[in-house]
Design a protein around this ligand. Sequence first.
Ligand code: IMP
Ligand code: MG
Length: 172
Amino acid sequence: MPNLKVMLSRDQIQKRVAELGARISADFHGQPVVLVGVLKGATIFLSDLARNIALDATFDFISVSSYGSEKQSSGEVKLNKDVDNSMEAKNVILVEDILDTGLTMSYLLKVLRAHNPKSLKIAALLDKTSRRILPIHADYVGFEIPDHFVVGYGMDAAERYRNLPDICVVEE
Ligand code: IMP
Ligand code: MG
């Protein structure tokens, strides 16, 4: 059983997510947005972010998996589930848990661009900038974090710990 140490508390997360929601509300003032959550890690972030966005907002979900071991992405990404609805001429905000190497996000951007949205932005709760391989920048970032494997608030280790209210570092 690994030891879990709180890195970001539920209060810190809620405060920051409210700030991101306020910024998105201001940036898209008067326009509808589509929040596209990346399954499954982003679901809890999306549900909190959405409630802090004072706009006409709809949800959609996309699912990808990367080949490779659990903690090390191989860079090969596979589309498991595309969005359900048309993104044509919509303001799309991709909602992701963590921006790490950027390989997954780069693939997601390619898939979403093929849907011809009006605009395409990225909201990432966490950003491990030191691990970046591809030059991907998120438009809305919750927290920049060092290179630690984290779980909780939607994020998993082998599907566990997604329901932890805080974001924790796994210490083996
Ligand atoms: P990337 O393709 O390397 O940017 O990987 C991003 C994906 O890897 C994210 O969508 C996460 O699902 C997963 N990931 C990266 N770091 C962590 C972590 O510390 N904990 C849980 N999942 C992670
Ligand atoms: Mg993910």
